[in-house]
Design a binder for this molecule. Structure first.
Ligand SMILES: [Mn+2]
Length: 264
């Protein structure tokens, strides 16, 4: 089992995220670039090396990048403006470059608001744009040894890719080795999806997993993670959601040690 924590749950201090991850015994950390730059193209090669070193010097991997469209402000995947769509694609390629430079194997397409299909764009058109967009991004990701993971998010958060089935169907249309799917066990519950069914039907597509902390009551975290591990899944399981009322450090410590009990 490879466990990681998402750095933004601890604020913007990368060294602190690395120290906490090390202390609780994680193998990796997942990074949100908005915590250290406005946009990836601003980062020099030396700054990238410096960031990588913060983690590698402690024996940690940077397993993935997420929140990839959160910064710079104003990114939209499905703008009517071709210029804006090109800007979003260019940004995606920049994120892929950053991931490759940091040694991260996965970039997560979450960002519910930035992937919202606006009312003036039909779903059919948006899907055609998405296939073209992610096919190009997937090809670039392949060249750089990175995989793009489409994350289903609940309908109350976004109107684009709400279920694992939708994510897989889109990925099938994109038809790129480097465009796959991930699941977030909190959103599986929020969307009333059936984890057993997801794992039975779509396991071969799943390259990354997000989890909430152990205080998220609607989910039996240990049982759900055990189901994932039972399939032979060996990629990262990354803690992303911290419940209110408990400090992030305490949530992380409790959750990671709780999950370690699964290891025999
Ligand atoms: Mn997530």
């Amino acid at each position: 089992m490879k466990l990681s924590i998402c750095n933004e749950i601890l604020g913007k201090d990368l060294a602190k995220a690395a120290e906490v991850a090390l202390k609780v015994g994680c193998e990796g950390v997942e990074l949100a670039h908005f915590t250290f730059c406005l946009k990836p193209s601003d980062l020099s090669a030396s700054k990238r090396a410096e960031i990588k070193e913060i983690f590698s010097s402690r024996g940690l991997e940077i397993c993935a990048l997420h929140w990839i469209y959160a910064s710079p402000p104003g990114l939209k995947l499905f703008s009517k403006s071709e210029e804006k769509r090109k800007e979003a694609l260019k940004h995606t390629l920049d994120v892929i470059d950053l991931a490759a430079d940091l040694g991260a194997k996965v970039i997560v397409v979450g960002s519910p608001k930035q992937r919202e299909i606006p009312s003036e764009v039909s779903r059919r058109t948006a899907e055609e744009w998405a296939v073209d967009f992610f096919r190009k991004a997937g090809e670039y990701a392949g060249d750089r040894g990175v995989v793009i993971a489409l994350e289903p998010l609940p309908a109350e958060d976004t109107n684009f890719i709400n279920t694992t089935e939708e994510a897989v169907k889109l990925a099938e249309k994109i038809s790129s080795e480097n465009v796959r799917v991930m699941i977030d066990l909190m959103h599986v519950v929020r969307s009333n999806e059936n984890l057993d069914e997801i794992l039975k039907k779509y396991l071969s597509w799943i390259v990354h997993v997000h989890i909430p902390d152990v205080y998220y009551r609607p989910l039996n975290l240990k049982e759900a993670v055990a189901k994932v591990l039972k399939t032979g899944y060996t990629n990262y399981i990354s803690l992303e959601h911290i419940s209110p009322g408990v400090s992030p450090e305490e949530s992380i410590e409790k959750t990671i040690s709780f999950l370690r009990e699964l290891q025999t």
